[in-house]
Design a protein around this ligand. Structure first.
Ligand code: DP6
Length: 334
């Protein structure tokens, strides 16, 4: 048996839209920082058939829906196909037994699928390490098959997801640009509502290309934004990072809003927080930026120097549940 642990990531160049939905091959590059919490742990072992047991942080069992177990089955089947391309078709001869212990509230915009599937991929890497020594990039491919953004939590620190080209399973993977010791940034996660979101990202990705702004977005990312974001992180240039991350976040939400059907994930509370943090940043000269994924949750990313003031701002948002995290080490075996 092997055990892996992982956490979500904070996306600064957003992944939205696939060239192949079944294989989660993205149209464009994306970029994120891996977080240190909240975490998920998975025990894995060989088994004749797939079993998935999920335990909440209070020790109670969470009964998984058929579709949730099905997603593990599909991911495992695709991972086996990928292992065939690496010449180890028998690395997982039958199936696996999983026990998942999650400390992440489901579907509140905290990217629980990114943590779960990066953890699953790392657990597989550990399970088969005597047959094949998968690299972090190969492990990220397996994570991507379960959830696109999970490919970016397979390693720690700052990760660029390379879109790649074509329909090969291994053609898109996460690449570490700098590890978690390069730059410690803090993430205040403001969750306005504990309600499950209406349209999951898997469905959202499938309609992204119906937006008239989609192709311009892809061009901007591939020609400029991804590189600007990487340069800003490597050069620890917070102002540059703030500019490109907020530009990309706003742009993704514009694509969502103009898709068919339109997807409006942000609420009045989200808009209020964004407006207020901009004003607070200007008046206090803070290094902080906002970002939102497929839900009303706002993440406020800031430097060590600005942390105390941003914490004060976050704690004043009385209608939100607050989580805190910082740059983390990514999926690993424990
Ligand atoms: C808006 O990785 O959640 O958070 O592959 O269907 O699981 P699936 O999609 P997912 O998409 C993430 C979308 C996003 C932006 C991002 O994390 O880059």
């Amino acid at each position: 048996m092997k055990t892996a642990i992982s956490a979500p990531n904070s996306a600064w160049i957003k992944y939205w839209g696939n060239r192949n939905n079944g294989l989660r091959l993205p149209v464009a590059d994306s970029f994120s920082m891996t977080l240190d919490s909240p975490t998920v742990e998975i025990d894995i072992d060989h088994s004749e058939t797939l079993t998935v047991k999920s335990i909440n942080s209070d020790g109670s069992e969470r009964i998984l829906k058929e579709s949730e177990v099905g997603r593990f089955q599909i991911t495992l089947d695709l991972a086996k196909k990928y292992l065939e391309t690496l010449d180890v078709p028998e690395a997982i001869p039958a199936s696996v037994a999983l026990e998942i212990r999650s400390h992440i509230p489901a579907a509140v915009g905290l990217a629980s699928s990114a943590a779960v599937f990066s953890c699953f991929a790392r657990a597989i890497q550990g399970l088969i390490e005597e047959t094949i020594n998968l690299t972090d990039e190969q492990t990220s491919v397996i994570a991507r098959l379960g959830s696109g953004s999970a490919a970016r939590s397979a390693s720690g620190g700052f990760i660029a997801l390379r879109a790649g080209e074509g329909d090969e399973i291994g053609s898109s993977y996460g690449e570490q640009m700098a590890d978690e010791n390069h730059w410690v940034l803090h993430d205040f996660i403001l969750v306005p509502s504990m309600e499950e979101k209406k349209v999951g990202s898997t469905k959202g990705h499938a309609s992204a290309q119906s937006s008239p702004h989609f192709s311009q977005r892809v061009e901007d990312i591939m020609e400029r934004r991804q590189k600007e974001c990487i340069d800003a992180v490597l050069g620890k240039d917070f102002e540059k990072l703030q500019r490109v991350a907020e530009e990309d976040c706003d742009d993704m939400h514009r694509v969502m809003l103009t898709s068919n059907p339109p997807l409006d994930y942000l609420t009045d509370v989200t808009h209020r927080i964004v407006r207020d943090i901009k004003a607070f940043r200007d008046s206090e000269h803070l290094e902080v930026f906002y970002t939102m994924d497929a839900g009303p949750t706002v993440q406020l990313l800031c430097t060590e120097e600005s942390k105390e003031k941003v914490a004060e701002f976050a704690n004043n948002q009385e209608d939100c549940t607050i989580f805190t995290a910082k740059t983390g080490p990514g999926a690993r075996l424990i």
